[in-house]
Design a binder for this molecule. Structure first.
Ligand code: P71
Length: 481
C-alpha cells in the first residue's frame, strides 16, 4: 500500500451522494445574495465543498453499524463506557467529559479555569479557541516558532511552539495568571502544520519549571502523529497509536473536536487528569449541555465517535489521507500557485497576498479569491486571514491585520476522490492566470465577534479607493437584511 508516493483510496464506495450541477449564472446570483459570504451559500449549490474538514467526514460501515447499537438511556449508556475506554487507551486522561463539539469543551474548560486578566499561550489559537479565551476576559497569546509564520519557509514541524518565548512569557506574567498552556495539534491557523514530540517535551519542561499544566487542542492528533512517524527521527518504526499515547502522556488533558480526527459528523470531549477541575466542569456541563454520560450527544453519536477514534489511527488510512492533501498541494505548487509549504495534514492553504498582490489586506484579498472560486467553478473554500482575524485594537481603535492572509482548501475525510482534487487544482490554476481581474471587497455588515460567519461584503467599484486602514467600524455599517 505504501509503495506509491500518493497511495490510492484504501476503501471502496458503498453509498453515493449525487452532486447537483449549478450554472455560472445561478452561482453568481447566489453569491451576491449571500453578501459575498460563502457561509451563506446553500450547500447543495456547491460542487466541491472544501469549506472545512470539520464534521464533513464519511463514516465507515463499522461506524454506521455502531449507530444501530446506540444505547439511548439517559444515564449510564454503554456507548459512553466504550468511549471512555477508548479515550483511556489512546489519550490516557482520567476524566472524560463528552460535549457536542470542540468549542463546548473549550468553553467549559475556560469558564472553569480562567479569570479576567489571565493569559493563555498556544502555538496559534484557532478562532473559536481565541474567542472562548477572550470571552472570559483573558488574553490569548500565540507563540509559534518564527518559521510557522512564513508561508514559504520549509520546516518539518512548523506548528512547534517556541519554548524560549514561552519561558519568557511565563517568567514575565504574574504568578497564577497563566492557568494552562495549550498546544494545537496540528496547528490549524498556521497551515495545518504538525508539532514534534521533541517540541512537546521541551514545552512540557518549561511548563513544569513554571508549574503550569499543558493541554492539547487535539482535533487533528492522528494527522499530527502521522507526520511524527514520517518526519521525526526515531519514530519511523513506532505505530501511530504508540506515538499518540506518548504525545498525550506529556499533557494534563485535552479538548477535542471529534468532527475532525474522530471521523464523526458531530461530537467532542474534554479529557483531563485534574479531579477538582473535572468536578467543576461536570457541574457546568449538567447546567448547559447534558448529563455527564452523554454531554449533548445521542448514545449512537458516542458509539460512532469511539469507533472513529480507533479507525483514524489506521496507517493505510492516514497514508492516503495525508497523501491526498499533499497531492493537491503538489499539483498547485508545480503550476506556481503560492501555497503554504510544506502542505499541512488536512488542507492546502493558498497565500492570497502573493496571488493577489494588487489587493491590500484592508480589502480582503483572501475573501476575494474565495468568492471567485465559487463564482467561476462552484468550489467552496474558506478565508483564514483579515476577515477571520482582522480586528480593532481595543486601546487605540486601529485595525490590526493577521500576519498570514490565506485561503484554505480543507479536504473532508474519505469524501472526495483524487479526481475531485484534480478538478480543484485545475480551477485554481486557471483563476491564477486571470487573477489581475479580481477586485478587493469592503464590509457592509460585521458582528462584534467571529464576524466571518455572518459578515456581508461588496466588491469595490473600479477605481474606488480603500476605506482607509481603519476600515468601517462595526457601528458605522448597516445591520444585515
Ligand atoms: C475548521 C473548524 C470548524 C470551523 C470553525 C470556524 C469556521 C469554519 C469551520 C474547529 C476547531 C479547530 C481547532 C484547532 C477547535 C475547533 C472547534 N475548526 N480547535 O477548521 O480547527 O471545534 O468546530 O467542533 O467546535 O474548519 P468545533
Amino acid at each position: 500500500m505504501h509503495a506509491m508516493r500518493f497511495p490510492a483510496e484504501p476503501f471502496r464506495i458503498k453509498v453515493v451522494e449525487p452532486l447537483r450541477s449549478v450554472s455560472r449564472e445561478e452561482r453568481e446570483r447566489l453569491i451576491v445574495e449571500a453578501g459575498l459570504n460563502i457561509f451563506a451559500v446553500p450547500a447543495d449549490s456547491i460542487y466541491v465543498d472544501l469549506l472545512t474538514d470539520s464534521g464533513t467526514s464519511a463514516m465507515s460501515d463499522d461506524q454506521w453499524a455502531g449507530l444501530m447499537l446506540g444505547d439511548e438511556s439517559y444515564a449510564g449508556s454503554r456507548n459512553f463506557f466504550h468511549l471512555v475506554e477508548t479515550i483511556h487507551d489512546i489519550f490516557g486522561y482520567r476524566h472524560v467529559i463528552p460535549t457536542h463539539q470542540g468549542r463546548m469543551a473549550e468553553n467549559l474548560l475556560f469558564s472553569t479555569v480562567l479569570k479576567p486578566g489571565d493569559v493563555v499561550p498556544n502555538n496559534i489559537h484557532f478562532d473559536t479557541t481565541r474567542a472562548n479565551v477572550e470571552h472570559q476576559g483573558a488574553e490569548a497569546v500565540d507563540l509559534v516558532i518564527d518559521e510557522g509564520l512564513d508561508p514559504a519557509v520549509l520546516h518539518p514541524f512548523k506548528g512547534n511552539l517556541d519554548p524560549a518565548k514561552l519561558d519568557r512569557l511565563l517568567g514575565e506574567t504574574g504568578q497564577g495568571r497563566v492557568p494552562l498552556v495549550m498546544l494545537t495539534v496540528t496547528n490549524n491557523s498556521g497551515g495545518g502544520q504538525p508539532v514534534s514530540l521533541a517540541n512537546v517535551r521541551a514545552v512540557r519542561e518549561v511548563c513544569d519549571r513554571h508549574r503550569v499544566p499543558l493541554f492539547f487542542d487535539a482535533c487533528r492528533f492522528a494527522e499530527n502523529c502521522w507526520f511524527i512517524k514520517e518526519r521525526e527521527p526515531g519514530y519511523g518504526n513506532k505505530s501511530v497509536t504508540e506515538i499518540a499515547r506518548e504525545l498525550f502522556s506529556y499533557g494534563d488533558g485535552c479538548t477535542m473536536s471529534a468532527k475532525k480526527d474522530g471521523l464523526v459528523n458531530i461530537g467532542g470531549f474534554l479529557a483531563l487528569n485534574n479531579a477538582e477541575w473535572a468536578e467543576r466542569v461536570t457541574n457546568l456541563l449538567i447546567l448547559v449541555e447534558g448529563f455527564p454520560t452523554y454531554g449533548g450527544l445521542a448514545g449512537r453519536d458516542l458509539e460512532a465517535m469511539a469507533r472513529g477514534l480507533r479507525e483514524v489511527l489506521n496507517e493505510d488510512y492516514l497514508a492516503f489521507r495525508v497523501g491526498q492533501v499533499a497531492e493537491l498541494g503538489e499539483m498547485l505548487d508545480r503550476a506556481g500557485v503560492p501555497i503554504v509549504k510544506p502542505v499541512g495534514g488536512h488542507a492546502v492553504y493558498i497565500d492570497a497576498r502573493r496571488l493577489l498582490p494588487h489587493i491590500p489586506q484592508s480589502q480582503f484579498p483572501g475573501q476575494a479569491l474565495v468568492v471567485a472560486l465559487y463564482r467561476e467553478f462552484g468550489i467552496r473554500s474558506v478565508e483564514v486571514g483579515s476577515l477571520m482575524f482582522g480586528h480593532r485594537e481595543p486601546k487605540t481603535g486601529e485595525m490590526v491585520y493577521p500576519k498570514l492572509e490565506l485561503v484554505r482548501l480543507a479536504v473532508p475525510r474519505r469524501v472526495y476522490t483524487t479526481e475531485h482534487m484534480r478538478f480543484v487544482a485545475e480551477s485554481v490554476i486557471q483563476l491564477q492566470r486571470r487573477s489581475d481581474r479580481l477586485r478587493g471587497l469592503k464590509l457592509t455588515y460585521e458582528a462584534p465577534v467571529l464576524r466571518h460567519f455572518t459578515a456581508r461584503l461588496e466588491e469595490m467599484a473600479p477605481g474606488e479607493s480603500a476605506p482607509g486602514s481603519a476600515g468601517p467600524r462595526a457601528a458605522d455599517v448597516a445591520t444585515p437584511r
